[in-house]
Design a protein around this ligand. Structure first.
Ligand SMILES: [Cu+2]
Length: 112
């Protein structure tokens, strides 16, 4: 499936939502995936710049429960594992771990 076609499909599917879990796209695995690591009560990197249509995978690497929470989407609170989102709209998307946001556990994905 071409990138253009994927983008079109995503646009239709996401008419009312900015973010959806990548799993919702089934076999659409062609997009570049970036990684953010959860470690020592921080997201590394704290700010990540990507292109529209790319994915971000968060990897839990702390011995503490964390979550990845956006306005319209969130991971489970967990001690290990991963969470992936494909970003189909450009913009700046702030997120946080709701448990440790006050301690500075916040991040940002900038989509061009
Ligand atoms: Cu946390």
């Amino acid at each position: 499936m071409s990138r253009k076609r994927l983008s079109l499909l995503a646009g239709i599917t996401l008419a009312s939502a900015v973010l959806v879990p990548a799993a919702a796209f089934g076999g659409a695995q062609a997009a570049t995936t970036h990684t953010v690591t959860l470690k020592e009560f921080r997201f590394h990197p704290g700010t990540l710049t990507i292109r529209r249509g790319e994915k971000v995978t968060w990897l839990w690497r702390d011995q503490t429960e964390h979550n990845v929470t956006f306005h319209s989407s969130h991971s489970r609170t967990q001690e290990s594992g991963s969470y992936t989102i494909r970003f189909t709209h450009s913009g700046t998307f702030n997120y946080r771990c709701t448990i440790h946001a006050e301690e500075g556990m916040r991040g940002k994905i900038v989509v061009h």
